[in-house]
Design a protein around this ligand. Sequence first.
Ligand code: C2O
Length: 520
Amino acid sequence: GITRHYKFDIKMQNVTRLCQIKSIVTVNGQFPGPRIVVREGDTMLVKVVNHVQNNITIHWHGIRQLRSGWADGPAYITQCPIQTGHSYVYNFTITGQRGTLFWHAHISWLRATLYGPIVILPKPHVPYPFRHPHKEVPIIFGEWWKANTETVINQAQQTGGAPNLSDAFTINGLPGPFYNCSAKDTFKLKVRPGKTYLLRLINAAMNDELFFSIANHTLTVVEADAVYVKAFKTTTILITPGQTINVLLNTKHHHPNATFLIAARPYATGPASFDNTTTAGILEYHSPPPSTPNTQNPKLPFRSLANTKFPAKVPKNVDRHFFFTVGLGISQCSQNQTCQGPNNTRVAAAINNVTFVQPNTALLQAHFFNQSKGVYTTDFPENPPAKFNYTGTPPSNIMVTSGTKVVVLQFNTSVELVMQGTSIIGAESHPLHLHGFNFFVVGQGFGNYDPNKDPANFNLVDPAERNTVGVPSAGWVAIRFLADNPGVWFMHCHLEVHTSWGLKMAWVRNGDDSGGKALI
Ligand code: C2O
């Protein structure tokens, strides 16, 4: 591979959406941010220079960061944030991955405006394992607030309440025609008849799983989270925040002058008609002369996991088994806080009833210099405090405790992790994202996980390989991964509001097999 140099100047930029001018934090003044195009095997050197008042970090979402843990980016996990007037160089090599990923800010809610696609092409002369597309088009979903997103989250943190919902969903930064004052901000994809287009879908939205569809067109899924999958056809894609999905779009042969809606809308609003929770773009057949558009709405059911195309390297034996309950709960507010809940409580989110507290020192730094004392403890529970049994009604005690707790894994430990959605408050599923690894989704189901029965049905042959998986609200998902990557690896819900409420933890991959060099 070759070395590619990028410079990310973090600066403010005025952007107009929904008829309001807003000053937002951007990379190089662009919104969405610049597209990175590299090849498998390339090394990236990205110099990030912070010219704004906010502290900044950038995360390369889904990049495995093999032996480059310092470049991963989550604030206070692998690095201290880049302060105003300072810079940091992210240095990493893309090993064994090709496909679509994305980069985004990884501190507070700044990723609302700081995000962009990462396109990893195969090594030179290596073809795609599907029909070579006529054109490739990144389609990145986002969310837009009229207010400053830092104000939105800070207010929520202070009151212990829920943050304000966004004012629009967006496609490539554009809300589209269903929102007031937004028709001119509509994404258009101009296509020719009878061609194949590779759409690189990225869900960079803050808080919502999205359905995606194109009117009267079938999509062929070929890749998910930068892993080739057994191709299948569908009219609708379900994509959680943090997931990336590549689809082929074959344009029709006889549609001169036609236009079709491209639409994405949240899971949470249900299969209602198109309204102002829907971001839309236009698929426009390029064939003069123009005539009256025939715009048709897509329909929405779905399938969300795809089997790997090539045999998967699933760990066959399990060294350590973990069972995590994942969901919302209640925590006690401190005395100097006035929270909205009964008896001065606030909504919290937790794994095994532990709400993660962000430290003031980066965990990786503390780990590397053997200074974990006072920064983190290694007693993250392997199981929930009480046996979890979902009966449809909330258990009486949903109080959580807080702490900066991690799990320590020795080199090459093979891990099985079952995550059970508790569905205690709200019905959303939780898109859990693991840094530093791809994992295999070996099983999933509704209701309670049964350790005596369910493992018999695990798929150890061609399970989906991902970096983000939805833990169903009243169900479970089982994953496996091999702890072969030294570093400190964050795992969290990719719904930003849940991350803010504490639905996060970290894995420390111990035992430095590289003589220390790998982490410097
Ligand atoms: Cu896409 Cu920890 O993030």
